[in-house]
Ligand binder design. Structure first.
Ligand code: IPM
Ligand code: MG
Length: 358
């Protein structure tokens, strides 16, 4: 029987609360399935660790994670530490060395959730955003000189490589091909950014030739925001650069009803290092410790993790249990306009899993 080793890292803010809920639910998933086991190891890296040690994680942190089959990650970011320190110190320092270059963000309107879009009842909005996760605007290349002087200069350089663009395009086309509509939209800004984004477009067209059964089109990122709002049903799989997809995925989450339910997976498609699964919502210090964080995003990403580990039946069962729970407004947390607690939602999902009759 396969046994998977999971690194559980709550991180900051509500991260530890939702990860604890996720671990609990995953344990029930394994029990209910009976075909695999999960072994969790807790990691206390994050802002508290930083206050004690001056770093967000040990220098060999990313390497230590290689021993695991997957990483379940909560959130990072604290009010008293600059964001670029916390984010680069933990999340981005895991994604880049472990080459989790495909960031996958499914967006659907789950049962019981209301989209702010008047014409969307559910099926009209069913997308997967593929975000380039290793380079582009987040390459970390740049610098500052003459700090504080009138001649101060600061640069963030967006780097795109042929190899990097090719591999994310292939990933996106393959994903689009696996979905019923076989439809991909490539987001770009090659009208204004005339070097890297032009290469991005060229490579998209080259890779498209390898996938003749996938219908694809190209959209400028600004026009894309309008299309997502006005004609959501015309989109299915979407691929975009690191920053473009960062922005579009928040819009997508809002259009699907709440950032509290949006999941993400940082995938290493070659599987030469573990992939990392996390809710998108972040640390949410305003509600930390109140027991009202929405654990649904973590449950959804846990389902993505099971799928990635090769347990599709358990993944589907978990997603079905989540949907049974979101369908009941009495089990909505405050971000969805309800009054339920993290505990109540978690118990309800565990119960739905135990009752699952497949
Ligand atoms: C996300 C987040 C992160 C990002 C932040 C927290 C650095 O917004 O996962 O979308 O921009 O990548
Ligand atoms: Mg974001």
């Amino acid at each position: 029987m396969p046994s998977y080793r999971i690194a559980a890292m709550g991180g900051d803010g509500i991260g530890p609360e939702v990860i604890a809920a996720g671990v609990e639910v995953l344990k029930v998933c394994a029990e209910r399935d009976g075909g695999f086991t999960l072994e969790f190891t807790d990691f206390d890296w994050g802002s508290d660790y930083y206050r004690r040690h001056g770093v967000m994680m040990p220098a060999d942190g990313a390497d230590r994670l290689r021993a695991y089959d997957a990483i379940l990650f909560g959130a990072v970011g604290a009010p008293d530490i600059p964001d670029h320190v916390t984010l680069w110190g933990l999340r981005l320092s895991i994604c880049q060395p472990l080459d989790q270059y495909a960031n996958v963000r499914p967006t659907r309107v789950l049962p019981g959730i209301t989209s702010p879009l008047r014409n969307v009842s559910g099926p009209e909005l069913d997308w997967v955003i593929v975000r380039e996760n290793s380079e582009g605007e987040y390459s970390g290349v740049g610098g500052r000189a003459h700090k504080g002087l009138p001649i101060e200069v600061a640069q963030d350089v967006s780097i795109m490589t042929r190899a990097g663009v090719q591999r994310i395009m292939r990933y996106a086309f393959r994903l689009a091909q696996s979905r019923p509509r076989k439809l991909l939209t490539v987001v770009t800004k090659s009208n204004a950014q005339r070097h890297a984004m032009v290469m991005w477009d060229e490579i998209a067209a080259e890779v498209a030739a390898e996938f003749p059964d996938v219908t694809w089109d190209k959209m400028l990122v600004d026009a894309m925001t309008m299309r997502m709002v006005i004609r959501p049903q015309t989109l299915d799989t979407i691929v975009a650069s690191n920053l473009h997809a960062d922005i579009l995925s928040d819009l997508a989450a809002a259009l699907a009803g709440s950032l509290g339910i949006a999941p993400t997976a940082n995938i290493n498609p070659e599987r030469d290092a573990p992939s990392m699964f996390e809710p998108i919502h972040g640390s949410a210090f305003d509600i930390t410790g109140k027991g009202i964080a929405n654990p649904v995003a973590t449950f959804w990403t846990a389902s993505m993790m099971l799928e990635h580990l090769g347990e599709p039946a358990a993944a589907a069962r978990l997603m079905k249990a989540v949907e049974r729970v979101t369908a009941d407004p009495a089990l909505h947390t405050p971000d969805l306009g309800g009054r339920a607690t993290t505990r109540q939602v978690t118990d309800a999902v565990c119960e739905a899993l135990r009752q699952a009759n497949d």
